[in-house]
Design a protein around this ligand. Sequence first.
Ligand code: NCD
Length: 297
Amino acid sequence: MVNKNITSIDDLSVKDINLISNQAIKFKNSKKIQFVKNPKNIFNLFLEPSTRTTVSFELAAKKLGYNSININFEKSSLSKGETFTDTMNTLISMKPDALIIRDKTNFSPQNISKHLNIPVINAGDGTNEHPTQALLDFCVIKSIYKNKKISIGLCGDIKHSRVAHSNIKLFTKLGYKLHLIAPSYFIDKNEVNKINPNIIYHKNLKKINDLDVLMMLRVQKERIPKNGKNMMNSFKKDYCLLSEHLSSKPYLMHPGPVNRNIEISDNVLDNYPKSLILTQVEMGVYLRMACLKYLLK
Ligand code: NCD
């Protein structure tokens, strides 16, 4: 049997997305969660910094009774100069039952999965995708709006954001109306049009109060070339979300971590009543439990 993976939103059908999201919401509403009968070993290989994704995958595994083994770059032999292939071969020799991987190289989880017969989850690959973040964002929206096809806007560094790419794929697949709000240096319209030619583009924040949900994205400082500082300053001037931009209509989301006063002002981040940012963090645990259940049953 070919094993299932979540390396991209492309790995999932609408049926899979509904199955996983319904399960996540069910986990969130459950008083008691049963441990699995057959505990398995789940390896988390994080080769880029992470707080919420690592902790939520570890917690998700433990809440289900699995063993979660965390390997991060600083503590691995990669930091001693071991090659990526040698590290992978070493880990695979220990027979994990699933591998969760975050890597700075685009498509590395997809490439690894071709050589393995265990499920692989992409926890973020370079600028490409972060499918479990998009799934958890969908769960948060679904918990509020059920299956209503609301309007969603993504604002910020869309070009370098793997979260944006997975969200555009996911919400396109599900038939939502999408708006992208970004300056030209933070968007590659040709790339986006390949996924969805019907997206509506905006070059300023003027229409954000017509949206049901506004997702701000982190400016990916570490992925921006040399003139990054100019882009940051220019973005901050024109797009940083201030309280005067917001009526009380749109829900506010952000995958975290937030660059305070670059994407979102302190005042909005700390006081906006319709912020869902910490709800996203909470849902992350239940969504990852649902992903493990989907892949390991
Ligand atoms: C995101 C990531 O690492 O891609 N963070 C996360 O997993 N919640 C978003 C980001 O770093 O901008």
